[in-house]
Ligand binder design. Sequence first.
Ligand code: SF4
Length: 359
Amino acid sequence: MTFRPAEIWVERGVEESRVARETRSRCSGAPVRSFADGELPPPASFAEAKTALVLRRHRGGFLQHCPAGTAGMVCCNYLVVNFASNCPYDCSYCFLQDYLADNPRLTAFTNVEDGLDEIAGVLDMHPHKQFRIGTGELADSLALDPVTGLSRLLVPFFAARDNAVLELKTKSACVADLLDLEPRGRVVVSWSLNPDSVAAEEYGTASIAERLSAASRVLAAGYKVAFHLDPIVEHEGWQEAYDRLLDDVFEAVDVAAIAWFSLGALRMTPGLQRAVRARALPARHALGAELVPGADGKMRVWRGLRVRMYRHLVERIRAAAPRAPLYLCMETPGVWQKAMREVPTDRELGIRIAAGARW
Ligand code: SF4
């Protein structure tokens, strides 16, 4: 589904920003309303917050360390930059249902140039360090691209840099704006994937076949691709379902062009479970698993089952794509040791992924 906003709210003073002009021109039929800071009416519900698009300035810094890197977990030294907040899609397990509960309006920030200046300052200050920077933390990186055309600013910016890679992480097939740009090896487009039965709870997203078709198109246009099997959901027949999914991936793309894989088991918090239960969305996979709390406050399936799932997937991926970097997201050193047979330091892991090296 390509998102089209039911209405557009524009903060006073940003009407002539590039993002606001582009959005108005790409959504010419949508009603446009104006608001001053503090005057935006709250949406009737979390679902309604996803139907209109707010365009406003971002206050404060854009760039931050990935919040997934909590103490006690192996971290991949990833940076996130937030050019948007919330997402037009509605995955049953999405942590934004809890994280953005008090501020859920779907928002694209208009002062993108300030964010790029901030990134340029950090990259220039550390010319010998390699950075991986993603836009898919509080939003899907490409779901709003048909509306804002943001990738037309981001791809040339990163293509001109030698010490950073931009990751655009998505569950969409919104790649049209990418295809005539020159990424110069500096942009990785990545897809979160799940078997069709789990992806059926990723409401509004592109089908898995559409995501893989988009991956083959961006590959042909010169981008690197990556895949996140995350959240891995244990369900009846999970081994066969994930095997079929990986077969489809390896049939769709040249394994030599895969920048990395990540694996991450389903993670929920009590707050997220409450938020999901309070909504009417069918959420069998988000709420059906038996989860136990971990040291970081998140609940996952018990450790033995996680290790079994990871080992199965690691073996399948290593057999088909032996050179592709592969890492676990938000996992403990103990699980890393059992599933991956090693525990890299955070620094080592970040360097290896950025360099495209397997181990
Ligand atoms: S695509 Fe990502 S950000 Fe959007 S609803 Fe799904 S999990 Fe949340």
